[in-house]
Design a protein around this ligand. Sequence first.
Ligand SMILES: CC(C)(COP(=O)(O)OP(=O)(O)OC[C@H]1O[C@@H](n2cnc3c(N)ncnc32)[C@H](O)[C@@H]1OP(=O)(O)O)[C@@H](O)C(=O)NCCC(=O)NCCS
Length: 147
Amino acid sequence: MNFTVEKMKGEHIPRVAELERQCFSQPWSEKGLAEELDNENSHFLVAVADGLAGYIGVQEICGEAYITNVAVFEDYRKRGIGRALLEAACKGAEGRGCEFITLEVRESNLSAIALYESEGFEVAGVRKNFYSDPTENGIIYTKNFER
Ligand SMILES: CC(C)(COP(=O)(O)OP(=O)(O)OC[C@H]1O[C@@H](n2cnc3c(N)ncnc32)[C@H](O)[C@@H]1OP(=O)(O)O)[C@@H](O)C(=O)NCCC(=O)NCCS
């Protein structure tokens, strides 16, 4: 499937919010996503195929990059889109001079964990009961950029 990875724009936000609602128990709102467009420390990307297929959010502060979320609509999964979004997010953060990129993931989310580990992320710690609805530990994964 052909798709492009590009910067998130206002026109993408309704579908990104829909994706958030489909994937997460505490989804980002359209308003919250729109605020990221005006935040110079935020770098949100979307994957576009025949429509919006997925997105990834990156926030950066003091040389540290944080992945807020990554998600792909079910009909578009297992086609390399999640990996392409993650690789673009890492490349962008490294290019802007970040030393590392980090994220949390539910410990039961084996597909996301497989993706992160295959992209060189390593376990940096556990946040006990980090997630609610349902309550679950969050595993912290970090990838250091070589300098
Ligand atoms: C995690 C997610 C973003 C992956 O997106 P995707 O486009 O399907 O991922 P890709 O096709 O690029 O797959 C990349 C790798 O992820 C892993 N993976 C993806 N789906 C998987 C599955 N169902 N089971 C096991 N591993 C899986 C594999 O390592 C895969 O590499 P491979 O194809 O070489 O085996 C997607 O499943 C998703 O949106 N899940 C719901 C939201 C979510 O949980 N986000 C993470 C929050 S921390």
